[in-house]
Design a binder for this molecule. Sequence first.
Ligand SMILES: [Zn+2]
Length: 203
Amino acid sequence: MARMKSCFSGDMDAWAHAHAARGSAAMSFEPADAVQAVQLARLTQTDSMLVVALFMCCQLPARQILLGGGQAGRLAAEDAAACVDGRMRLLNDGIAATYRVFNAGRSPLCADAKHCVRFPRAVLASRIDVDRACDGALMPVLDGWDELVDGALVDGKLCKACGLHYKRKGLQERRAFWRRLPRYMGVQASVWVSFDWEGDDDK
Ligand SMILES: [Zn+2]
């Protein structure tokens, strides 16, 4: 149980690290293990674990959510329904969050108006492109927008000040996203863990 909890932690930092490494130091997991984590969380009435495990299940193919497969077993109908609803909320808010980050204007300290006006427009255009809108939109909390911003900085498409500006906004969105995670998953978590972000610079 302790091993499972370390992988499906309500602590954003611990969880993000575990996810990035495909498992915590105590245990490695495949995405389909999330199905078993949901069952375990139900059994032990561990709400925070249930939230994260359902969130993980949302990343599985729909077929696996609904029909199960392999050793992972199958979600209860109620949990599969929570994932279907959850995916819709995650996707919707993932796209909306990208708008909130990149539609807020440039940094007041912007040093390159020409490029820095273009870049956020291009990002937003990709969100309404029918073939690309869903790329990564499900999981802003996992990936954020840092990679996108770093690429733009390297390519000279953003000035440094705007790079920081968007990263800060992205971090705020990721925190808010994590706070809302129980609501997305339809779980009334009595305890939902706050977090101590590394590199938190907007205090
Ligand atoms: Zn700028």
